[in-house]
Design a binder for this molecule. Sequence first.
Ligand code: HEC
Length: 153
Amino acid sequence: MRRAVLIICSLAIAASAVAASQPPLPKGYTSWHKSPRKVVSDKKSLFYGIHYLYANKKAMQGYRAGNKFPEGSQIVVEHFNIKNGNPAVDGPKNMVVLMRKDKRQKATAGWLYAGYTAQGKPSGLDPVSNCFECHQKEAAKRDYVFSGSADFR
Ligand code: HEC
């Protein structure tokens, strides 16, 4: 029992350490280049729901160069639930994610990954196991970015 408590405590500390090292959401990202509304209606998908991509100027240069992103590129995704099975309207916001090209992030191939709650608070997810592993597996050849310039038309 004590052991279980200790494990839970150390997990909580680890999560808060990640949260503490996580930067705040970039101010003003809602004025960046915004993608059209994207609906994923496959319930098996991690992205089941509605989302919008936001890209800063450098990230837009990166998309236009065929997914070769310069240092300082930033991409934010706002994700919304589908409410009552009706994809025509955005349900409640359920998470926000950020990628920022930052060469100091050696463990994640030069991209910072961060997840936030709907209120924009750091959610303390591990950038390697909760984010990078999937991006690496499926999008390494696209500079770890799944979306492309076509997603902004
Ligand atoms: C199981 C795979 C998977 C995991 C885990 C995952 N992502 Fe993604 N991510 C995707 C896919 C697929 C897209 C493309 C969505 C679209 O079509 O717009 C994406 C898109 C993104 C984008 C927009 C840029 C791009 O690649 O198109 C950001 C930013 C992002 N994810 C951040 C994160 C963060 C931060 C985490 C961890 C908290 C995370 N992701 C975890 C699969 C994943």
